[in-house]
Design a protein around this ligand. Structure first.
Ligand code: UD1
Ligand code: UDP
Length: 384
């Protein structure tokens, strides 16, 4: 008997992290996979689909410029409801903590369609940081039927909130599946950026600091302080190349291009596809980010990472000593980055491979548990 599994994603990180699972499920016996892109992101999602050779079955094209959370949610709820009604999936898989994730889960819940939550159980304990993601993942956790936390710590968060153990499968994080796959491809093919890529100008003999940032709670003063820190660091270290692929959110574009365009050793570039970005991470001397996914990837590549946030939902990475939470105060960012650039011993201590998020086989574990659940669920339905 074939089961219809509908996978819903809408943003760049969801697509990167669901792509390896989609590749496994496409080959899985008895599963008919239907991929629904909500299109919460447009260009940044297209890049991922191309990187992984992934085609979508449903595309809802919801993105509008400078979208609001409520405007986006309204669009998603309406369109997902119509899609579920037409496709009638046996289960809907959502990922993580975006507006797409929570609304896709809510729309399924309202139609009494079971929900599987990939990357479940991450918590900061602070509803305002990251905002709105902490609420999205908690709310999704309340209505999901099957939970796939990456670590035991994330599983324990779910248990504390009353989720029963038999509905939880600890799997590792699929981002490591994606990362290892991409890195192997880059290494095997001796991949280099094309001559017309802005990355072609990077010199092998120059240290490179890679930066990303896009958190909503950092908009305004937080972003300004981060940009001021980068401007000061660029002046202080003229021999270091700073590279910042700037997220397409207009709020981010305005702040970053407004404050950093004039500095000759800061390269501001468009968001990079996953090939280029993994190549950049692998080549970076150190990385500064407020991203969730980059917190998982940088330690797995052995890169020192400074996290531009006050709290993290990924405390496991802090235990390896290769990741430091530095917040968004200009002085602290300058101080911690300078320390890594100036002190070879500190740098060495923070550049070790540390990967608490798994071994690159998370997707297979999810597929196995999912497949057992589908059979058990069908049997229970037949019995009743
Ligand atoms: C979203 C997620 C965030 C996730 C991030 C990953 C929510 C509320 N936020 O934040 O959890 O960490 O994605 O990057 O779900 N835009 C484009 N093209 C794109 C993508 C975005 O032009 O390909 C612009 C649009 O003007 C859009 C705006 O960015 O309205 C904001 O996009 P949105 O998905 O709402 O928020 P993000 O900041 O990207
Ligand atoms: N990433 C990418 N290109 C970029 C910047 C990031 O492919 O220019 C990847 C990165 O490797 C990680 C994911 O995008 O896998 C993280 O996405 P983002 O930071 O937008 O979202 P978050 O993880 O914070 O939700």
């Amino acid at each position: 008997m074939a089961y219809t599994v509908m996978m819903v994603f809408g943003t760049r990180p969801e697509a990167i992290k669901m792509a390896p699972l989609a590749q496994v499920l496409r080959q899985w016996p008895d599963v008919e996979l239907n991929i629904c892109s909500t299109g919460q992101h447009r260009e940044m999602l297209q890049q991922v689909l191309k990187d992984f050779g992934l085609s979508v079955d449903e595309d809802l094209h919801v993105m509008t410029q400078n979208q609001t959370l409520n405007g986006l949610s309204q669009q998603l709820l309406e369109q997902l409801d119509a899609t579920y009604t037409r496709i009638k999936p046996d289960i809907v898989l959502v990922h993580g903590d975006t507006t797409t994730s929570f609304i896709a889960a809510l729309a399924a819940f309202n139609r009494q369609i079971p929900i599987g939550h990939v990357e479940a159980g991450l918590r900061t304990g602070n509803l305002k940081a990251p905002w709105p993601e902490e609420a999205n993942r908690r709310l999704t956790g309340v209505i999901a039927d099957l939970h796939f936390p990456p670590t035991n710590r994330a599983r324990d968060n779910l248990l504390r909130e009353g989720v029963v153990l038999e509905n939880i499968e600890v799997t590792g994080n699929t981002v490591i599946d994606a990362l290892l796959w991409m890195r192997e491809y880059l290494n095997k093919s001796h991949w280099r950026p094309a001559p017309d890529s802005p990355l072609a100008q990077l010199r092998d003999d120059q240290r490179m600091v890679l930066i990303t940032g896009h958190r909503r709670e950092n908009f305004g003063q937080g972003f300004e302080r981060i940009c001021l820190a980068l401007a000061e660091l660029a002046l202080r270290y003229p021999d270091v190349q700073f590279v910042y692929p700037v997220h397409l959110n207009p709020q981010v574009q305005k702040a970053v291009y407004g404050l950093l365009s004039h500095q000759s050793n800061i390269l501001l570039i468009a968001p990079q596809d996953y090939q280029h970005f993994v190549w950049l991470m692998d080549r970076a001397y150190l990385i500064l980010t407020d991203s969730g996914g980059v917190q998982e990837e940088a330690p797995a590549l052995g890169k020192p990472l400074l996290v531009l946030r006050k709290v993290t939902e990924r405390p496991s990475v802090l235990e390896g000593g290769t990741v430091k939470l530095v917040g968004t105060l200009t002085e602290r960012i300058v101080k911690e980055t300078s320390l890594l650039l100036d002190d070879a011993d500190v740098y060495k201590r923070m550049s070790r491979v540390f990967s608490p998020y798994g071994d690159g086989h998370a997707s297979e574990r999810i597929a196995e548990r999912l497949s057992r659940w589908l059979e058990e669920n069908a049997r229970e339905r037949d019995d009743s």
